[in-house]
Design a protein around this ligand. Sequence first.
Ligand code: AQP
Length: 332
Amino acid sequence: MKRILSGIKPTGELTLGNYIGAIKRFVELQQSMPEDEFYLFIADLHAITVPQDTTELRRRTRDIAAMYIAAGLDPERTVLFIQSEVKEHAELGYLLQCYTHMGELERMTQYKDKIKKGESNLTSALFTYPALMAADILIYDADYVPVGDDQKQHVELTRDIATRFNNRYRDFFRVPEPIIPKVGARIMDLQDPSKKMSKSDDNSKGYIALLDDLQVIKKKIKSAVTDSLGIVQYDPDNQPGIANLLSIYSVLSEKSIDDIVLDYASKGYADFKNDLAELVAEKIGELQKKYNEVIQSGTLDSILDKGKETASRVAYRKVEKCKQIIGLGRKR
Ligand code: AQP
């Protein structure tokens, strides 16, 4: 039996990028792997590496859990929990910092991007966040970690940290594999297709939030930045805007990009965008309906309580053993 784990930060309203790159993928994996175990957590400890509004943080934490269930996650087959409710994540995060090199953290793209943008007052937790992410994964002996393209580097660091620890002491941490989708691994910003769609972006026109009004969603798709070539074809270098919209179309319609390109061979961008706007609004509309049902069902807390209990039991054992191996405390 394999264990699959994923996490998501409550740093903003969930976007279509999160849905395509993470949520939909996780649910499909669960459906295609009926014998395997699924762990999913809301990474609120990661969220506070940058300032968060207290009330919003709490609301989004619940929202994300509800959205996964709305997207088809089976709560009976998932250990669904909130990261900060399992204390061992922070504990192992610290321990793993002791096996992580400064140079490795300095090479992380997300950190480098923030430095490049000239952001000031970055927290030390933002810098050490990949060690906490390694803890999130290694604490449960996860075999596979489905992530979008942007998180691949963090899973690779996790593998390095696990291997370093295992070589130094003994074979203790399972070395995980990332699973990256072939299409939709990086959905780009609708207004600036050179950067990825992000939920904490300041310009809300660049992303589609899963709880956006459906008319607003259609408008955002129709006003997405494209180019002046006027040919619907997949050329990410020269037509990044259209390539991004084609990826979205392909994932949501479950048609190949080649087939979609053929369908629009004699049509212009307006037709393509109108159809895509309808498709996205239809899919997100269904999701919103289910999301409201989950919220109204009042079952979320008991699911999260159960998840916390199971995750805590597994995490406690792993961290106690880890401390013993390192030589911490009195137990041999
Ligand atoms: N644009 C995207 N395309 C495909 N996948 C994406 N993911 C995020 N954005 C895209 C995937 O969603 C999962 C959860 O991500 P996260 O919330 O833990 O962190 P993130 O990758 O930093 O997501 P955001 O939306 O960009 O958040 P902020 O703005 O707070 O940094 C991951 O599997 C990620 O790959």
